[in-house]
Design a binder for this molecule. Structure first.
Ligand code: SF4
Length: 553
């Protein structure tokens, strides 16, 4: 649908938010101006034809700090700038001449050939860096602009891309890591993901959205559907059979909101059309005046799910959706760690690196051991983990041992299993504190100190670490969420530390952790603090009480 250019009277709307559908076509901020001046997807040809030859110095700043994101490229933080200075420096003072490059892995789906290629690219072009993100992507660092066209060509030859991995665009589509093989899956969403990619990714109609647009599609409750811009969750309709329940308007960051159910049931074949309708509502009615109010969650909060569904049906789908039931809610969302039987009798094995940190060399070796075990399929998870599919029973033990040698434990401690961390100060320009290294240190300390009570921890305790007030590691929905900030230590000195959020969760406990007044810890005290909280929980919980329930008591 072409967005209207005049002011329609179709819906009563708050004015002045820059919605295209209400006639606000003149950009109201520099980001909107940049997108209007030139479709961000056009930056690819400049990278290939100009910047890759002219080097970092030849890059137009409007491309560097804006349109590059549509191809997964961000400048990384200059080494050695401490977090206390993050907010005081100009962007160009923080910019290194190297890039983070995000490869979108929709549904987290990789063949072993693709995995090996991702590893080799890292070894050749990214100083062996590779992180598994909580959006099932692979993220590189230390990328030179000169190498980008070659990396793209090699990725695309293998069926991978960085297109719209970042930017105000339809980002990677999350999908169940065990789609198509789980014994208890309601429906397989893989076909819908493929169709959305085929039809809409790189489509200029959807490359200028008010802000980013995050999608999750799964037949199981394993993709954090509650906190997506749009999510399709498997549900069995009593009359129509397996299909998807539609959620809109979830998101975290500084104004966290749980998504709302539209109360509509959609069969798999119609998911792409409904997805197009939802993203079109967002494009046309989304708020474009202020960046911090531009996510779809603000529109859904103002309209409510009933009005959103009505506009979707009346103006975009031109038909009514079928009413449907809510999906079953798990006590704790699935993370697929450990050994599980598939519906075809083979096995899948979930393994945990710490906070998604691997390396190119690790990925290359994983591809080898997985192939040796007779499998050719690997999945990345929204918990920064990795799952190997299609393992014959006779190979399970060997593969578990091989993965463990690579630092990927298949029977991890609850702390290793539950920890996530964002990029943090090592590479992120917005960061205030270190995150990944802190996660490694925390896991190692807790594994030693809490060995005596590990039997009392029946579910992983999710400790999520963010380097700044954004929520790339989903701190608000963690059992223990840690938001990086500068705090004052016992000696009155400024130090790296965290604001603590306690008792957030997804599934049955869907909600945001409590931000207790003055509840801050220095980074140095972090292990002591988490140990104290966990010991308290184990000592005082009632039988089968989950962490979030205990905190809420
Ligand atoms: Fe960077 Fe902040 Fe996101 Fe961490 S949470 S990756 S520090 S923007």
């Amino acid at each position: 649908m072409v967005p209207p250019t005049t002011t329609p009277q179709r819906t009563k709307q708050r004015r002045g938010e820059g919605q295209w559908a209400l006639g606000y076509r003149e950009p109201l901020n520099p980001n909107e101006r940049s997108k209007k001046d030139d479709n961000p997807l056009n930056v690819r040809s400049r990278i290939e034809n100009i910047y890759a030859h002219g080097g970092f110095e030849s890059i137009d700043p409007a491309d560097l700090r804006g349109r590059f994101r549509w191809y997964g490229l961000y400048t990384q933080r200059k080494p050695g700038i401490d977090g206390g200075r993050t907010a005081t420096l100009e962007p160009e003072e923080l910019d290194d001449e190297y890039f983070m490059l995000r490869v979108r892995i929709d549904g987290g789906r990789l063949s072993t050939q693709q995995l090996a290629l991702l590893g080799e690219l890292s070894q050749t072009y990214a100083r062996d860096t590779a992180d598994i993100t909580d959006r099932q992507n692979i993220q590189y660092h230390w990328i030179r602009i000169e190498d980008v066209p070659t990396i793209w060509r090699k990725l695309e030859d293998a069926g991978l891309t960085t297109m719209e991995a970042c930017g105000d665009s339809p980002r990677v589509v999350l999908g169940s890591p065990v789609a198509g093989i789980a014994e208890d899956e309601v429906v397989d969403g893989s076909g819908a993901i493929d169709e959305i990619l085929r039809r809409y990714i790189g489509d200029p109609r959807f490359s200028n959205l008010p802000r980013k647009f995050k999608t999750a599609i799964s037949g199981l409750p394993d993709v954090a559907h509650e906190i997506h811009d749009v999510a399709f969750v498997g549900v069995d309709h009593p009359e129509h059979g397996p299909g998807f329940d539609v959620w809109v308007g979830g998101g975290l960051s500084t104004n966290p909101m749980i998504g709302k159910r539209l109360g509509a049931w959609v069969p798999e074949a119609e998911v792409p059309d409904v997805w197009e309708g939802v993203i079109s509502v967002f494009r046309d009615y989304g708020y474009r005046r202020l960046r911090h109010r531009a996510r779809i969650k603000f529109l859904v909060a103002d309209w409510g799910p009933e009005k959103f569904r009505q506009v979707l049906e009346d103006e975009y789908l031109n038909r009514k959706l079928v009413d449907g039931p809510a999906p079953e809610v798990p006590a704790v969302p699935r993370d697929h760690i450990g050994v599980h039987r598939q519906k075809d009798g083979l096995f899948y094995i979930g393994a945990a690196p710490i906070a998604g940190r691997v390396s190119g060399s690790t990925l290359v070796e994983v591809a080898k051991v997985v192939e040796r075990a007779g499998s050719a399929r690997v999945r990345l998870t929204p918990q920064q983990k990795l799952v190997v599919l299609d393992v014959p029973e006779a190979e399970v033990k060997n593969l578990q041992a091989d993965l463990a040698k690579l630092g990927l434990q298949t029977e991890p401690s609850p702390w290793r299993r539950g920890v996530m961390a964002c990029t943090g100060i090592e590479f992120c320009k917005l960061a205030i504190v270190e995150t990944k290294a802190r996660a490694v240190e925390l896991v190692s300390t807790l594994e030693t100190r809490l060995a005596d009570i590990v039997a009392g921890v029946t579910e992983p305790i999710a400790v999520h670490i963010n380097g700044c007030p954004n929520s790339c590691a989903r701190i608000q929905t963690a059992d223990i969420g840690l938001k990086g900030m500068i705090v004052t230590d016992a000696g009155g000195q400024q130090a790296e530390g965290f604001q603590v959020h306690l008792g957030g969760g997804l599934g049955l406990d869907a909600g945001f952790g409590r931000k207790l007044r003055g509840h801050k810890v220095t980074a140095v005290e972090l292990s002591d603090y988490v140990e104290r909280v966990v010991r308290n929980f184990v000592a005082k919980r009632e039988t089968d009480e989950r962490f979030a329930q205990w905190v809420a008591r």
